[in-house]
Design a protein around this ligand. Structure first.
Ligand code: PLP
Length: 289
């Protein structure tokens, strides 16, 4: 029997320290909400791959869909030979995403890639450079993802310089003594003192911050962001990579607040562990060129 300790020693020798490990449990198999490690010990898995396997490990419909797809083809590249699966998933996401009016969907592989493309879309549509994000927010490990992320350690320290024209504003958080009113005041101060709203392409927000400590954006805060984006022609981007697909009890976290975004980024629960992400947005924004 291979032990967790043996595997951890091999891991230390073969894998860089930069990838942190929360546990030293090495799963051999997993089913529903349980994991069995290499030593045969059983655990209840509260990690769920960090909000990825929303339907549990090895859900039979997901396993079956993956097997059927592998029997047909694994990769053809949509840009070379488009295929029905991509189109029908886009149609389904366009129908359920919290986006007003006709929507369009682009697929990618990771959450960070979805965020990168949401920023590209917002900039292309508005012709503006600026993007606003929030303290405690997490948007991925690419350079743009890091720039948008509002947490210095462990995500940003030592990795700069970051892309320009990114502005970080305090997220409403009762534990940090910041109310919705104060957050909005800080955003308005940014507009006044640092960057006129006519230079801001997008505001990106997690309706419930994940990495930041499960902080819920108050509905009145999201409504105010929506109003400011409407007033200034700014694209409101909801990062629902962690909150999407019923993680908060509704299909999307924005549904609780009754707010719609212009662009939504999705990943994680979208494909139950397969590397798939999506950018769903207003058709006119997504088609910008
Ligand atoms: C809100 C949010 N945005 C973006 C990301 C980045 O996704 P990925 O790790 O798939 O690049 C994550 C991942 O944890 C996330 O929680």
């Amino acid at each position: 029997m291979t032990t967790n300790a043996e595997l951890h020693a091999r891991r230390a020798a073969a894998v860089p320290r930069g990838i942190g490990n929360v546990t030293q449990i090495y799963p051999k198999r997993a089913k529903n909400a349980e994991i069995w490690d290499e030593e045969g010990k059983r655990y209840i898995d509260f990690g769920a791959g960090i909000a990825v396997v929303n339907t549990g490990h090895q859900h039979p419909r997901i396993v079956d869909a993956v097997k059927r797809q592998l029997d047909d083809f694994s990769h053809v590249c949509f840009q070379v030979t488009p295929h029905e699966n991509y189109v029908s998933l886009a149609e389904r996401l366009n129908g359920i995403a919290p986006v007003p009016g006709p929507a369009k969907t682009m697929l990618a592989s990771t959450g960070a890639e979805a965020v990168e493309n949401a920023v590209k879309v917002a900039r292309c549509f508005t012709g503006r450079p600026g993007i606003v994000s929030f303290s405690g927010g997490f948007h991925g490990r690419t350079h743009m993802g890091m720039a948008l992320t509002g947490k210095a350690v462990p995500y940003k320290k030592g990795f700069g310089p970051f892309p320009a024209d990114i502005y970080n504003v305090p997220f409403p958080n009762v534990f940090h003594g910041t109310s919705s009113t104060e957050s909005i005041k800080a955003l308005k101060a940014l507009f006044k003192y640092q960057s006129d709203p006519s230079t801001i392409a997008g505001i990106i927000v997690e309706p419930v911050q994940g990495e930041g400590g499960f902080n819920i954006a108050p509905a009145e805060f999201l409504a105010e962001l929506r109003a400011l984006c409407d007033e200034h022609g700014i694209v409101l981007i909801a990062d629902e990579i962690q909150t999407g697909f019923a993680r908060t009890g509704r299909m999307f976290a924005l549904d609780h607040a009754g707010i719609k975004a212009d662009v939504v980024t999705l990943a994680k629960g979208l494909a139950g562990g397969m590397p798939l992400s999506a950018i769903v947005g207003r058709a006119d924004i997504m088609d910008a060129s």
